[in-house]
Design a protein. Sequence first.
Length: 497
Amino acid sequence: MKKHDILENIKIEKLIFGGSGLATASDGRKIIVSGGAIPDAMVDLRITKSKKNHLEAQIYRTVKKSPLELDIPSNWQLYGGCKWLPIPYPKQLEIKEQQITEAFHSLKEETADTTWHSIIRSPDSEHYRNKVEFSWGKYISEREGKHDEYRFGFHVQGQFDRIEDCWYCVLADDVTNAIFKDIDVLARKSGIPTYDPKTGVGFWRHLVIRRAKMTGQTMVIFSVNGIFESGNAAKKWTKEYLLTEMIQQLSKKYESITSIYFLENTSRADVVQWNQVLLYGESTITDELLGLTFEIQPKSFFQVNTLGAEKLYQCVIDSIQQKWGTLLDLYAGTGTIGILLAKEFKKVYSVELVTSSSEDGQKNSDRNSVKNVEFVNSKVEDFAKEFSSGWGKSDTIVLDPPRDGLHPSAIPHILTFGAREIIYVSCNPATLVRDISIMLGKEMSHETTDIDATDIGASKEALEVKNLPKYRISDITPMDMFPHTHHIETVVRLERI
Ligand SMILES: C[S@@+](CC[C@H](N)C(=O)[O-])C[C@H]1O[C@@H](n2cnc3c(N)ncnc32)[C@H](O)[C@@H]1O
């Protein structure tokens, strides 16, 4: 079995974390399947990698649809960003819950007396995103005989230079879809070329629409390239066009649009850059979470599923059993968790790496008249070292790191704080289990589960934590913030023994 070989009539056994399918080849090797695997489907696969212990393959043809597969409504559209749309939502929840159980397989003994809570579902399974980023571009493929100079929607998965047209994003709300459609019509009509990342020429690049779920306020952000091919008839349109025609039409039609930004991005990088100019309305929009208000600038971090975030934060709040003393909100973003919990604690430290997030946190804290949160703009690993070597002790710690998990050097310091409870909020079960194993002083085995094929050995840190305060895993709660995607959040409560 080698690269490019076709394997026929293979059954997808299950989905693993990351969204790939799992199947078994005739020689017993596991196959990691990409390309929209659904459990129980029979497929033909094309091998993309042949390794000693496993194969990787792409779905080449579906022989028999999975009995689970839904026919999605004809006005909905299936993208890389909502790959699980054909799987019924209750089944998605079951799969995610199962994946968390499997992720903790290597901590079987340590979770024997843990309380496992049922997965918390997102209040909305569709239309839940409060921020959607669309891209302009092209779709040129000689092999497929396609040559479209104007496309507006989302990137074809893994292809930076190809855009798939969007006609309806089921994760966005109706206002976002309607604004997107109108801008599409206006941009098409303008005749101004879309940006080509290969040549750096063209105008339209990205459109970001942010909606405040609770107040309905809407922010529209155009990201464009200032460069045109000389002599291009469209040249006269550019900013003038945006400033007059488009803004007038949009603001007249949509009362909810309270700010419109314009970003000129001449760099080749495919990112929405932030040298923003406010063209219309207010500089920020305001949203609410569990009764507190939060101001959102174009670049502010704010959880994209507002109602889901309320559920997640409520779960964190409820997980803390003794609310007094000092709270450390580590990897704090804009400080939402610390601000929500401030009235329960004497002092809160919100530690965050990104300066603008700490600044936004301070503003949010002031706006809500919260006085006892101190924003520390620092790496958690540096803060932890300093705090453990003098500043003091903490009673409760909330950890909400990015996908990579905790920095290993921070773990022994975090444990020396001697907190009664540590609440770990994770968006990656593999690094969650790795970090908890280290925190419990457990030597990491190099045995991998099919959930995570990466090498997660970390025995040096495990040895370092052996003589520090001991914890047990008291509660595990999976949470679905991102229906129709493979992403899962987990809230784990560790209790000091
Ligand atoms: C998952 S977000 C947490 C957001 C926040 N708790 C919330 O709910 O809004 C992770 C945050 O960690 C920050 N971060 C990443 N690495 C860090 C580090 N080494 N030290 C401190 N913060 C870091 C990121 O900038 C990001 O804001």
